[in-house]
Design a protein around this ligand. Sequence first.
Ligand code: ADP
Ligand code: MG
Length: 304
Amino acid sequence: MATDLVRSVVLMDTVISMRAVRAPSDEAFDERTEHALDWFREVERVCSRFDPRSEVMQLTARVGEDVEVGPLLFETIAFAMDVARESDGAFDPTVGYAMESLGFNRHYTTGHRIVTPIEQRERPTYRDVMLDVGRHTVRLSKPLVLDLGAVAKGLAIDLAARELRPLGDFSIDAGGDVYVAGRNERGDPWRIGVRHPRREGEMLAVLRVADVAVCTSGDYERRSTGGDGGHHILDPRTDRSASDVTSATVVAQNAMLADALSTAAFVLGPERGLALLERFDVDGMLVTRNETCFSTPSLARYLP
Ligand code: ADP
Ligand code: MG
């Protein structure tokens, strides 16, 4: 038995930390976490907007064609499309080119700036992405860049969590997006702090959770390195940073859902954002620009 083992690695432009409370052995921990990290590498390889060779960027080179894609990419795009429809386009994975143009185009390891050679005359929307479920094909009806940045990290966390199951009680933290299984080292539910979007070092709440994902989208996370210095969540109607909300946190059964819905709720704002969370039967909280906090009624079950 090996207690409280931790492993941290930088991948997907963030620090990934995995922790096991009571692993069967050091070797088992090393082996399971290696498989888990392989999923982060694989999701990044397939879904990265910063690498012109990734499977998702290959789609941009083949506008108007039905392109057969692998199951990982197909399922991810299909899920992103669902959230786009359900959020009435507030969540829209076709924001890639706008992100690039605003200066979110630097590869975090090489520093290279990607400049995708397309001419985007009309602003595309998620309706310009056609999926054929039977044939596993994707067709872009206009030149556009798909951005899976709001779902990829969550997906990777979910795939990694599957690999860590045999370790029993564990946590995965990918830059503040978290999945926790079982209990912490004291045998209690895990405690996850939701940071205050404006007050450094202060917590909005500490959630007591088990077997769920908690993901947050905050306007303090990433700023563009060119363009207008805005943050990294766009309102697709304007292609500017969404500005009503400063932070949105979602608690859900899996991380891909929590990741996507935190971004969607951020763009939708408190009223429509919380309505979306309730429709998906998940909990969450939002903070607005004037520091008012809104949460779903049943979030209370995670608060002491
Ligand atoms: P983080 O990456 O900091 O965890 P999010 O999960 O909220 O933050 O995802 C933000 C990312 O989602 C952006 O970096 C971008 O790739 C993508 N994105 C930005 N605006 C939208 C939008 N309106 N709909 C879908 N994806 C978006
Ligand atoms: Mg998100």
